[in-house]
Design a protein around this ligand. Structure first.
Ligand code: NAD
Ligand code: IPM
Ligand code: MN
Length: 357
């Protein structure tokens, strides 16, 4: 049966890295006879330039009918002065929310070839394989009320609401426990239950759900300590589960342990396994248009898509192996360069992955 993949390149380096990932997707499609058909759409700044809104109805319709979505990144200085409601980032938040993609899996795996590109000492990161499960459609990103208002004394104040319902916590908890069951059977829930009531409830509900998973060892950690532990001894973690904002911050931090934010893929899943796949990094305006961006996070996101939404684990594995082989050959984009390696362009990295496939 034909599978439809919607491709949303987005802004900045988005189109550059997605172009390479799309070549890889097409190559495994041919090689494994997967019957994948791709269509393209607009989101973020490119959609604003086209139609004035960051998430056009046409893109929503395409996204709803697709089996999976591949996204580059959105945003950039060109649109930073726009009102919050129509900024590129709102488009990304809207597609996550409207498709109910609440479970964001962000694996941080160190390719052994990149041990010296990590900002930590090789012995602290060698063998690193952790998974951050980030709640993606709730928390302070979506809580109401929010805004900027005038106070009685005449100054402005900005406000957001950190809110999680029991059911939102429960469904992400099940995802995280089930992920831990398939891995090292350790789950660390990250919160700020010493200060924030929303996360007192978070801790309670995670603990309750944990009773269904007696084979998983559950621990709790405050987010400030978790950030410190991630750079002190990251290999203590197997799976981490946390809310939307803490997960955003901790996953950028974990990315750097693997050598570069240009290495980290992600999957954002709904209850039925439909998903959107994107690198965790942004549109990198500082390097956009130069063909120096690392496309591997996006290419590895294609592998996650094949595994989680398109039921093609062999194709997924072949991509992951091809990435390993390219790194073995000593090819590096600038962000992961190290002594004795050859620095290549975005396109040349894509060429090398295709050749290795
Ligand atoms: P960023 O992730 O875009 O960039 C941070 C740093 O990492 C930059 O120095 C950049 O050059 C580097 N970098 C990122 N991806 C890289 C890659 N593939 N290869 C090599 N280097 C890479 O974060 P930022 O600068 O804070 O944000 C820039 C814009 O991207 C903003 O508009 C922000 O809102 C947006 N953003 C979008 C997403 C997304 O679409 N998922 C994620 C994060 C940020
Ligand atoms: C990410 C990004 C987004 C987020 C922004 C661009 C809305 O930083 O995907 O990590 O905060 O979720
Ligand atoms: Mn982020």
């Amino acid at each position: 049966m034909t599978k439809n993949v919607l491709i949303l390149p987005g802004d900045g380096i988005g189109p550059e890295i997605v172009a390479q990932a799309e070549r890889v997707l097409n190559a495994v499609n041919d090689k494994f006879g997967l019957q994948i058909e791709t269509i393209h759409g607009l989101i973020g700044g490119s959609a604003i330039d086209d139609s004035g809104v960051p998430f056009p109805d046409e893109t929503l319709a395409k996204a709803k009918s697709a089996d999976a979505i591949l996204l580059g990144a959105v945003g950039g200085p060109k649109w930073d002065a726009l009102d919050m409601a129509i900024r590129p980032e709102k488009g990304l938040l809207a597609i996550r929310s409207q498709l109910n993609l609440f479970a964001n899996l962000r694996p941080a795996i160190l390719y052994p070839q990149l041990a010296d590109a990590s900002s930590l000492k090789p012995e602290l990161v060698s063998g690193l394989d952790l998974l951050i499960v980030r709640e993606l459609t709730g928390g302070i990103y979506f809580g109401q009320p929010r805004g900027i208002r005038q106070t009685e004394s005449g100054e402005r104040e900005g406000f957001n609401t950190y809110v999680y319902s029991e059911s939102e916590i429960r469904r992400i908890a099940h995802q995280a426990f089930q992920a831990a069951q398939k891995r090292g059977k350790k789950l660390c829930s990250v919160d700020k239950a010493n200060v924030l009531e929303a996360t007192v409830l978070w801790r309670e509900v995670i603990t309750e759900v944990g009773k269904d998973y007696p084979d998983v060892e559950l621990s709790h950690m405050y987010v400030d300590n978790a950030a410190m532990q991630l750079v002190k001894a990251p290999k203590q973690f197997d799976v981490m589960v946390t809310g939307n904002m803490f997960g955003d911050i901790l996953s950028d931090c974990a990315a750097m342990l693997t050598g570069s934010i240009g290495m980290l893929p992600s999957a954002s899943l709904d209850e039925n396994g439909k998903g959107m796949y994107e690198p965790i990094h942004g549109s990198a305006p500082d390097i956009a248009g130069q063909s120096v961006a690392n496309p591997l996070a996006t290419i590895l996101s294609v592998a996650m898509m094949l595994r989680y939404s398109l039921n093609a684990p062999d194709a997924a594995m072949s991509i992951e192996k091809a990435v390993g082989s390219v790194l073995d050959q000593g090819l590096r984009t600038a962000d992961i360069k190290s002594d004795g390696c050859q620095v290549v362009s975005t396109q040349a990295m894509g060429d090398a992955v295709l050749a290795a496939l």
